[in-house]
Design a binder for this molecule. Structure first.
Ligand code: HEC
Length: 122
């Protein structure tokens, strides 16, 4: 009986730990977006950052569900990691592979999905 209790306790703790790791990843991605992306992509992700006046190619509106659902998560990952030119887009979108780990980039992709309220293909 005590064993069973310990097992239930362990499961509960595991569940809570998983939840808190997920919450942390979400928060960290939102913070990274605010620190590194908003100057071009805008505070709300709508592509109207403070930098855009002098930019020949305008940053993507990340709230544009139609455009963002045309991109797979792999493409979003690639363009964040390797920059615009990796998917034949403008070099004005910088590569972030030297700034973020792959995991942080995956979390940023998930953050973009919350901004567009979309997923690939819909
Ligand atoms: C110096 C300005 C600048 C910064 C900073 C910047 N971007 Fe961009 N980004 C751009 C521009 C410009 C484009 C559009 C490129 C094009 O359309 O050819 C773009 C495009 C993108 C796209 C491609 C969307 C599509 O067309 O499929 C993604 C994804 C993206 N940015 C994510 C990010 C993320 C995440 C960050 C922060 C880590 C970030 N960007 C920071 C300028 C910037």
């Amino acid at each position: 009986m005590p064993n069973k209790l310990a097992y239930v306790f362990f499961l509960a703790m595991f569940f809570l730990a998983t939840l808190s790791v997920q919450a942390h990843a979400k928060e960290a991605a939102a913070d990274n977006y605010k620190a590194y992306c908003v100057q071009c992509h805008g505070m709300e992700g709508s592509g109207k950052g403070v930098n855009i006046r002098d930019m020949s190619v305008q940053p993507r509106d990340h709230t544009d569900a139609k455009a963002m659902s045309a991109r797979s998560d792999e493409d979003l990952f690639k363009v964040i990691k390797e920059g615009g030119s990796s998917i034949s887009k403008s070099i004005l979108m910088p590569p972030w592979g030297g700034t973020f780990s792959d995991e942080e980039i995956r979390d940023l992709v998930q953050h973009l999905r919350t901004l567009c309220k979309c997923k690939y293909g819909s």
